[in-house]
Design a protein. Structure first.
Length: 73
């Protein structure tokens, strides 16, 4: 079984830009809107909608020291 940390590392490595978000987060919405306006190509992981999202958020906190979203890589 793949750990949440490994999942996050693979997602970050696979895409030039990854936004870790929650669907109800206004800061996440603003971030995604800005990236779209800039014409950036990016992947989004909605942590409140994916299996293992809370574990991925814990892994992101371990990686970045940030407990909130959005996380942009």
């Amino acid at each position: 079984m793949v750990s949440a940390k490994e999942t996050v590392e693979v997602q970050i490595a696979a895409s030039p830009v990854v936004v870790y978000s929650k669907s109800y987060c206004p800061y996440c919405t603003k971030t995604k809107t800005l990236l779209k306006e800039l014409g950036a190509k990016f992947d989004v992981v909605e942590l409140d909608q994916v299996a293992g999202g809370s574990e991925q958020q814990d892994a992101l906190e371990d990686l970045t020291g940030q407990s909130t979203v959005p996380n942009v890589f």
